[in-house]
Design a protein around this ligand. Structure first.
Ligand SMILES: [Zn+2]
Length: 411
């Protein structure tokens, strides 16, 4: 969904990544707190989803698509500009509908002491994310309509390839896109840079510049990710991660990211994404042909402006379902990258201690039954696998570190 995608520019879940919280290595939220946050976090996500559909149906029921199509035709004779004009009110309504659930999520993050920023900076970032969502959504609409109008016979393949190319471009530009929200700078800690470069050399990889993503002023979340392919490959570490984990633990996490690089995970994901896109455009093409697009004055062709909202809702739904397939691949990749990390470093102890901290610090928890919705396997499973690796290799794992109870919620 495009507005979820817009939010992803902030949370950077586009590529294989490790998402984690790091309030402080000494904080250990009690299980009840994690469960409470996870439950409310999921509720916020559901509200966001419902808000999207609500906005869409309001849009259709008020016949805004008819008005915007008439206005676009009177404003310009260029069909592709007309499409953008038709996209504007739909995007605007969805952005407005997203505001309350997003505010609720912000309230949760403040209540559970995850967010540090105030309302104004949050609102500014919300607007920026939606501005990127506008550009991204407009590009998808243009790709679909241009492909179908210019090359109708193979439009679904062309649109699938072009959409994948767009995703690849986003992936390649991720450091730049993230810099709209937070400073993203080459790693300034020279000794860490040296250490990680040696680690990459050990893995026989060139990862180019390693970036530090400075988010600590607005959130306590921590994140490490790899993005891009080939010479455009980049590794990003949040400053919160660098400060929260020990050097050995940062190595273990970066080794995991190097695993994604060495095993060509980004490429495999982009390939599967391409296949999913091709399938999505094929099915939507059939819906247009048989005049099954909701709220459209269907004539079976792609030269109809009132197709825009129906196309967008179908594309968004298909994209969400496609993500379930992608998540399945992603979880396999995460397990493989974990194994790569332990093998590269020669032990899984630092990975386990890092994940133990993250289990304490990351307030979003889920179990095996719910893993189909997530890009990562449950943390408990990953720790158990690492412990099996340690046992098999005669490694002695450090006992749980002493924990200091976390502060109470700020409400
Ligand atoms: Zn990963």
């Amino acid at each position: 969904m495009i507005f979820i995608s817009a939010a992803c520019f902030k949370t950077a879940k586009i590529c294989p990544s490790v998402i984690m919280n790091n309030a402080a290595t000494s904080s250990a939220p009690p299980p009840d707190l994690r469960r409470a946050y996870s439950k409310q976090f999921r509720r916020a996500a559901q509200l966001r989803f419902l808000a999207f559909f609500f906005a869409f149906f309001v849009y259709g029921l008020l016949r805004i698509n008819q008005w915007s199509a008439s206005f676009a035709q009177s404003a310009t004779s260029n069909f592709y500009l007309q499409l953008v004009i038709c996209w504007v009110p739909l995007w605007l309504l969805c952005a407005v509908a997203q505001l309350p659930p997003s505010l609720y999520r912000f309230y949760l993050d403040r209540k559970f002491q995850i967010a540090k920023s105030g309302l104004y900076p949050w609102l500014r970032d919300f607007l920026k994310a939606n501005a990127l969502g506008f550009a991204f959504g407009a590009a998808i609409v243009e790709i679909a309509f241009a492909s179908n109008n210019l090359f109708p016979s193979y439009a679904w393949i062309l649109a699938g390839i072009l959409s994948s190319f767009l995703f690849m471009l986003v992936s390649r530009s991720l450091p730049w896109l993230l810099s709209f929200f937070y400073p993203v700078l080459p790693l300034t800690n020279k000794s860490l840079q040296e250490r990680l470069t040696q680690l990459a050399a050990k893995a026989r990889l060139r990862v180019g510049t390693i970036y530090e993503w400075r988010i600590s002023e607005s959130t306590r979340r921590a994140n490490a990710l790899v993005t891009g392919i080939g010479s455009a490959r980049r590794v990003l570490l949040t400053d919160t991660l660098i400060s929260a984990l020990s050097e050995d633990e940062v190595d273990a996490i970066v080794a995991h990211e190097l695993g994604h690089c060495a095993l060509h995970h980004v490429r495999a994901r982009l390939l599967l994404q391409s296949l999913i896109f091709v399938g999505i455009y094929y099915v939507i093409g059939l819906a247009v042909h048989y005049q099954l697009v909701i709220f459209a004055d269907g004539n079976g062709s792609w030269n109809e402006l009132t197709l825009v909202p129906g196309f967008f809702i179908y594309w968004s739904c298909a994209y969400v379902y496609g993500n379930i397939l992608l998540a399945s691949l992603s979880r396999k990749q995460e397990r493989a990258a974990d194994l790569f990390s332990w093998t590269l470093i020669g032990r899984s102890g630092p990975f386990i201690t890092a994940m133990r901290k993250l289990t304490d610090l990351n307030l979003v928890v889920f179990d095996k039954k719910a893993e189909w919705k997530y890009m990562h396997p449950p943390t408990a499973d990953r720790i158990a696998a690492a412990e099996r690796f340690a046992k098999a290799h005669g490694e002695i794992i450090a006992a749980l570190e002493p924990r200091v109870e976390t502060g109470s919620m700020s409400n």
